[in-house]
Design a protein around this ligand. Structure first.
Ligand code: ASP
Length: 306
């Protein structure tokens, strides 16, 4: 069977000076995933490897370099879905795990589907995963943004702004995602995020929610979404994209249609969507200024864009 893979590095107004780093991060992650697929590895292994690299790359809002919560901490969410077994593993609100996607894989392979907070960290310990200090996940760029945000806020606005972050003014969405098709014909979808900038501590967006941030069915296709999580959840965006594929809509049209749905039903609904089908066809669309991505199929050598 032909292999194929697509990754994204977030959809938002990526500044010109960050374009090259986004392209590089997406290329490196895709190449790592492709090496695994070409060697006969599974889509699960390829997705985990690609997402781990993006979590370790401080340019992205996932793992190290994630955006900060309103309390100035990092809280991480991630998920994986196996399109053949329909098994799904998700984790949320992690503060001391450098690579949440690996913990999501342990969850997928274990008895639960979604574990958050302290319980997730206990589970991580039982899986032998290493822990880090929350401060090790924080980079100077995000501290500067957080300090500017703090300084710009009037005391009496605090509770309202925290409850309703305005997607138009937040400083970026660099969540990462991947979908891979392996030689056995299995499709896996994955994603990982630090969430939205200055989010309420404990807030969870679409990223780890099945049918919202991701979905995979090896007979139909995989979809991964990024953008303003509160909007994406309301329309269960990944599942909408999959439903289009089920109706026979081509993947590119399905990705564009998902974006139209988001914008139509949700005021301020902004983001991006990537799709991969069991025959190795790609779809990708976004309604933000830019989305970082890279993909390769049997007929297409590596293509990366922002
Ligand atoms: N969807 C993510 C969230 O709302 C953010 C992103 O995709 O960048 O947590």
């Amino acid at each position: 069977m032909p292999i194929a893979m697509i990754v994204h590095g977030g959809a938002w107004d990526i500044p010109d000076e960050q374009v090259e780093a986004h392209l590089h991060g997406c290329r490196v992650a895709l190449e790592a995933g492709l090496r695994i697929l070409r060697a006969g590895g599974t889509a699960l292994e390829a997705c985990e490897a690609a997402v781990r690299l993006m979590e370790d790359d401080p340019i992205f809002d996932a793992g190290t370099g994630s955006v900060l919560t309103s309390a100035g901490t990092v809280e991480l969410d991630a998920a994986l879905m196996d399109g053949r077994s329909l098994r799904y593993g998700a984790v949320a609100n992690l503060k001391r795990i450098r690579n949440p996607i690996t913990l999501a894989r342990h969850v997928l392979e274990g008895p639960a589907t979604f574990i958050g907070g302290e319980g997730a960290e206990h589970f991580a310990a039982s899986c032998g995963m290493p822990f880090c200090d929350n401060a090790e996940l924080i980079v100077e760029r995000e501290v500067a943004l957080w300090q500017a945000w703090k300084a710009s806020r009037r005391q009496d606005e605090e509770s309202t702004l925290e409850a309703q972050p305005d997607p138009a003014v937040v400083h970026g969405h660099d969540t990462v995602g991947a979908i891979a098709l392996d030689k056995s014909g299995n499709l896996v979808a994955a994603n990982s995020t630090g969430g939205t900038p200055f989010k309420l501590p404990g807030r969870i967006g679409d990223t780890p929610m099945v049918g919202c941030g991701l979905y995979a069915d090896a007979t139909i296709g995989g979809a991964v979404c990024t953008g303003w999580g509160e909007g994406i959840v309301r329309v269960a965006l990944a599942r909408r994209a999959i439903e289009q594929l089920e109706r026979g809509v081509p993947p590119q049209t399905a990705a564009e249609s998902a974006m139209h749905t988001l914008a139509r039903y949700v005021d301020g609904g902004r983001g991006g969507c990537i799709i991969l089908t069991p025959s190795g066809q790609i779809g990708l669309a976004w309604n933000t200024r830019r989305m970082a991505y890279a993909y390769a199929t049997e007929d297409t050598p590596l293509i990366a864009g922002v």
